[in-house]
Ligand binder design. Structure first.
Ligand SMILES: [Zn+2]
Length: 102
């Protein structure tokens, strides 16, 4: 559930984390009106891996996907060898809950 923001010209900073090494990448400004799904994947250059790789986008102003969610996906292997999600995060998290992991 995100906070409502009716200003169309404000920017929010998104934090990006590499799905290969888990390190934090560059922050990118986003127009706050443009809503993307939780944990949106974006190809960015990772300075730690030295290559362009999928990064997870985390928007601190929204609580639908945060750093803890990303850590769960890294820890329990929801990213494949190409940095793509094996399952949508909501389904992945639901399965972890069913297994009693979280
Ligand atoms: Zn990396």
């Amino acid at each position: 559930m995100g906070r409502r923001n009716n200003h169309s010209c404000t920017f929010a900073i998104s934090q990006c984390y590499c799905t290969k090494c888990g390190e934090k990448g560059i922050d990118i400004p986003r127009k706050s009106g443009r809503y993307r799904e939780a944990g949106h994947l974006k190809k960015l250059y990772c300075i730690h891996c030295g290559k362009v790789w999928n990064h997870v986008e985390i928007r601190p102003m929204y609580s639908d996907y945060n750093y803890e969610d990303f850590q769960l996906e890294m820890k329990y292997g929801n990213f494949d060898e190409k940095g793509n999600r094996k399952e949508p995060y909501r389904i992945f998290r639901g399965e972890l809950k069913q297994k009693g992991v979280i």
